[in-house]
Design a protein around this ligand. Structure first.
Ligand code: ACM
Length: 688
C-alpha cells in the first residue's frame, strides 16, 4: 500500500510554508505549458498535434543558400538523435522554411533574428526575414517535439518570437584549463539550441596562451604546454559558429594576466625574466611594459595577425585586474611616467589602452574591455563588459559607451539557476537610465572561468543553468517566474544532451571511475543529494593549481541538484498529491541506508575517503526525514524538543564536506517546518 498523506493534513502547514508552497502548486499547472527555453515572445497553443515520424523532413520555401541548407541537414539529424527515429525523408515536407534573405553571411550585431512558427495537425511553416531568424525557429521546433499517444509529435501552435537583447553570450576560459576543440564545438551547438549568439573565447591568461601565432610562434610554443588551437582549428570554430548564427569574439587579456606571453617573449614584460607558465590561480605581478615602443610593435604584428583570423569587428583586450608592482619597481617605467606627465598606474594603463585601441582601429577592430578600461579619453565606440555590477554598466552607457553585463552571470560560482535568473542587465543602477542610455546596453554574457573545471566537467558547470540565463537575454523582460523556469529546466536539460553536450552523461563514468570495480549506484545516490561548491568554496578549501586533478567526487557532483528540487516540490505537495509522500519516503529510506551501502566502496579507496562523513550526514538526513514524515502522517506531536534538536543536527550536517554541500538537508528542513506548523495548529485546537 502506498503511504499517503491524507488531505486533512494540508491545513496544518504553517501560513509561511503555505505561502512558499503556492507557487510550487501553481507550477504543476505550468508544467503543462510548453517546455521551451528561452520562452518565446508569443505562444498560442492550439488543439491537435503534428506527427513526427521517420518520413519527416523540412523544405526550403523561399530564399536559399548553403548556410540554410546546412542548417536543415543538421536539424534533421538533430531530430533523428532526439527521437531515435531513423529519419528517411519521404512524402511531402512537413515543415516549410521560408526566409526573405540571407542576412549577412557572418552574423552581425543587431541583425534580424525574428521568426514565426505555425504548426497545425497537417504541416508546419517557419517564416523569417533572415537565415539567422530561421536558425532560431528551427531550434524552437526541435525543442517542442515530445512523445505522445501515437509516437513523437509537436503541438499545434502559433509562435512569434524575437530577442530582447542583440548580444547574448557565453565566455569560455580555455587558458586556466585547456578545452579541446570538441568541447568548444559541442558547447556552440548547445548555445545555438538556446539562441545565444556570441561566443567570447578567453584565449590567453597567465596559465596558457591558446592560439597559434605564425608571427610570434614562441607564444604557443612556450606558453601553452602544447595545448593550443592551430589557425586552421580557429577557422573551423569560426565557421562552425557562423553556421549556427554565433559570432566569435577573441579575448587576449592585456596588459595583466599575461605571464604565458612572457615565457617566449620576456622583453614584453615590465621586469626582467625569465618567466614560466603560471600554475597557480589569482592575480599576478607580471604585466606588459606600456612604456616601450617594442611592446606596440609586437602588438601591432600580433593584432594584425589575429584580426585576419577572427572576422568579427569586435576584439576583446581584457584589461582587468592589472597589478602595478612591476611598474612601481621599474626605474625606466617611473622615468617614462614623469617624462610624459602620467601620474598614476591607472593613467599608465589608460595610456596603454589608448595605444592598443589605435592598433585595433588600424586593423579594423572595435575594442571591448572589462570595467577597468573605462577611463577618461576612451574612444566612444568601445564596449564595456561589466564583471563588477550594474553600476559600471550604468556608468558606461551614461558616458555614451555601449555595455554588457556579466556580473551576476559567473557560472564558476556554481550558484543556482534562480540566482542568475533574477539578475537583469536593466536592474540596479541601470533601472534609472534614460531610454536613450538604456538602448546602449547590448545584453550580457555568462562567464565560465576555468580554475575549477576541465574538459570533462565544464559542460556540467555551464549547463543547464546557462539556458536560464539565455532566457534572461532573449525573452521579454516580464518573463521572470522562477517556478515556471524550474518547471521547464529539467526537460530542457535532458533535451540539451541530444545536442551533443555531456553535462549529464559525464557524471556516470566519473562516479564509476571513483568506485573502482564496485557498482557505483550508492555513490550516485550521494551525488544526487549533493551540490558542488563553486569558486570561493573551493579556493577556501585547498590550494589548487592548474595541475591539480579534477577527478574527485565534488567534480562529478552538479552545481544544483534537480532531484532535491523535486523533493522540495514533493514536500510542498504533501496533502495535495498522494504520490508526494511515497516519493519522499522512498528516497529517504535510500538516504538512511547510504552510509552502510557506501561502506564497501569507501574501504581502501583513497579517492573516496573524504566522502565518508558526507555519507554519514546523508544517512542522518534520511533518518530525520523519515521520522518527520511518520509524525506528519500520523498527525502526532513529536516529543518536546525533538524538532529543535533535529534542526540543530541539520545545521551541523549543512556544513560543506569535501567541497560539497548536502542539498538533501533542504527538503528535510521543510518537513520539520511542516511539523512545527502542525504542532502549532494542534496547540491552537487544544486551547479552544
Ligand atoms: C574578471 O573576472 N577579472 C573579468
Amino acid at each position: 500500500m502506498q503511504n499517503q498523506i491524507p488531505a486533512r493534513f494540508w491545513p496544518h502547514f504553517s501560513n509561511r510554508l503555505r505561502l512558499l508552497l503556492l507557487p510550487v502548486l501553481a507550477a504543476t499547472a505550468w508544467s503543462a505549458t510548453l517546455p521551451l527555453m528561452p520562452e518565446p515572445v508569443k505562444v498560442v497553443q492550439q488543439p491537435g498535434y503534428l506527427a513526427i515520424d521517420s518520413g519527416f523532413h523540412a523544405a526550403i520555401g523561399g530564399y536559399s543558400d548553403a548556410r540554410l541548407q546546412a542548417a536543415l541537414a543538421r536539424f534533421e539529424s538533430q531530430i533523428a538523435r532526439q527521437t531515435g527515429l531513423p529519419i528517411s525523408p519521404s512524402g511531402d515536407a512537413k515543415l516549410q522554411v521560408t526566409c526573405q534573405e540571407g542576412g549577412s553571411e557572418y552574423p552581425t550585431l543587431g541583425e534580424d533574428e525574428s521568426y514565426q512558427l505555425d504548426v497545425s495537425a497537417s504541416d508546419a511553416k517557419l517564416q523569417a526575414r533572415t537565415v539567422t531568424g530561421a536558425l532560431r525557429g528551427l531550434e524552437t521546433f526541435a525543442q517542442l517535439i515530445a512523445p505522445g499517444p501515437d509516437g513523437f509529435q509537436i503541438p499545434a501552435v502559433h509562435i512569434e518570437d524575437r530577442p530582447r537583447f542583440p548580444w547574448r553570450g557565453l565566455m569560455m576560459d580555455v587558458s586556466r584549463h585547456w578545452m579541446p576543440l570538441a568541447v568548444v564545438e559541442r558547447n556552440l551547438d548547445a548555445m545555438a539550441a538556446v539562441k545565444l549568439n556570441v561566443f567570447h573565447w578567453h584565449l590567453s591568461d597567465d596559465q596558457g596562451f591558446r592560439v597559434e601565432s605564425k608571427v610570434y610562434p614562441r607564444l604557443q610554443q612556450e606558453g601553452s604546454d602544447g595545448h593550443y588551437y592551430t589557425q586552421a582549428q580557429v577557422r573551423e570554430v569560426v565557421n562552425y559558429a557562423r553556421d549556427r548564427g554565433i559570432r566569435v569574439i577573441p579575448e587576449f587579456d592585456m596588459p595583466g594576466h599575461t605571464s604565458s606571453w612572457f615565457v617566449g617573449y620576456p622583453a614584453l614584460a615590465s621586469a626582467p625574466g625569465p618567466y614560466a607558465i603560471e600554475r597557480h590561480f589569482g592575480v599576478f605581478e607580471p604585466v606588459m611594459d606600456p612604456t616601450r615602443e617594442e611592446t606596440y610593435t609586437f602588438l601591432d604584428g600580433f593584432i594584425g595577425e589575429m584580426a585576419s583570423l577572427f572576422p568579427d569587428p569586435y576584439f576583446h583586450i581584457g584589461g582587468d585586474e592589472v597589478k602595478d608592482d612591476q611598474w612601481k619597481h621599474s626605474a625606466a617605467i617611473q622615468a617614462f611616467m614623469r617624462a610624459h606627465h602620467i601620474a598614476t598606474s591607472r593613467d599608465l594603463q589608460a595610456y596603454f589602452n589608448h595605444r592598443v585601441q589605435e592598433l585595433l582601429k588600424k586593423h579594423g577592430k572595435i575594442m571591448i574591455g572589462w570595467d577597468e578600461v573605462l577611463v577618461p579619453g576612451l574612444a566612444s565606440e568601445t564596449v564595456i563588459q561589466s564583471w563588477r555590477g550594474q553600476k559600471s554598466v550604468a556608468e558606461a552607457v551614461s558616458k555614451g559607451y555601449r555595455s554588457l553585463l556579466s556580473w551576476g552571470y559567473y557560472l564558476d560560482h556554481l550558484q543556482p539557476a534562480s540566482y542568475h535568473y533574477a539578475v537583469d542587465p536593466m536592474q540596479g543602477d541601470s533601472a534609472s537610465l534614460t531610454p536613450e542610455q538604456a538602448s546602449r546596453i547590448l545584453g550580457g554574457e555568462a562567464c565560465m572561468w576555468a580554475e575549477y573545471v576541465d574538459a570533462e566537467t565544464v559542460d556540467s558547470r555551464i549547463w543547464p543553468r546557462m539556458a536560464a540565463i539565455a532566457e534572461r537575454f532573449w525573452s521579454p523582460r516580464d518573463v521572470t517566474s522562477v517556478d515556471s523556469m524550474y518547471s521547464r529546466l529539467p526537460e530542457v536539460s535532458r533535451w540539451l544532451e541530444w545536442t551533443g553536450l555531456r553535462h549529464r552523461s559525464n557524471e556516470g563514468p566519473m562516479l564509476d571511475r571513483l568506485a573502482g570495480g564496485e557498482p557505483s549506484a550508492p555513490l550516485r545516490v550521494l551525488a544526487d543529494a549533493s551540490e558542488a561548491l563553486g569558486f570561493s568554496g573551493r579556493r577556501k578549501a585547498q590550494k589548487y593549481t592548474s595541475l591539480t586533478p579534477l577527478n574527485r567526487f565534488v567534480d562529478a557532483a552538479h552545481p544544483e541538484s534537480p532531484s532535491v528540487r523535486r523533493l522540495e516540490n514533493a514536500v510542498a505537495a504533501l496533502g495535495t498529491n498522494p504520490l508526494a509522500a511515497a516519493e519522499l519516503r522512498a528516497t529517504m529510506v535510500v538516504w538512511a541506508q547510504s552510509a552502510a551501502r557506501l561502506q564497501p566502496l569507501l574501504a581502501n579507496n583513497g579517492l573516496l575517503a573524504e566522502v565518508a562523513p558526507l555519507a554519514q550526514n546523508l544517512a542522518t538526513a534520511g533518518k530525520i526525514g523519515l521520522r518527520a514524515l511518520d509524525y506528519l502522517e500520523h498527525r502526532q506531536t513529536p516529543p518536546a524538543g525533538w524538532v529543535n534538536r533535529e534542526q540543530q543536527e541539520l545545521d551541523r550536517i549543512d556544513q560543506p564536506v569535501a567541497e560539497v554541500r548536502l542539498a538533501a538537508v533542504r527538503p528535510v528542513r521543510m518537513l520539520l517546518q511542516a511539523l512545527n506548523g502542525q504542532s502549532a495548529a494542534a496547540r491552537r485546537r487544544d486551547a479552544r
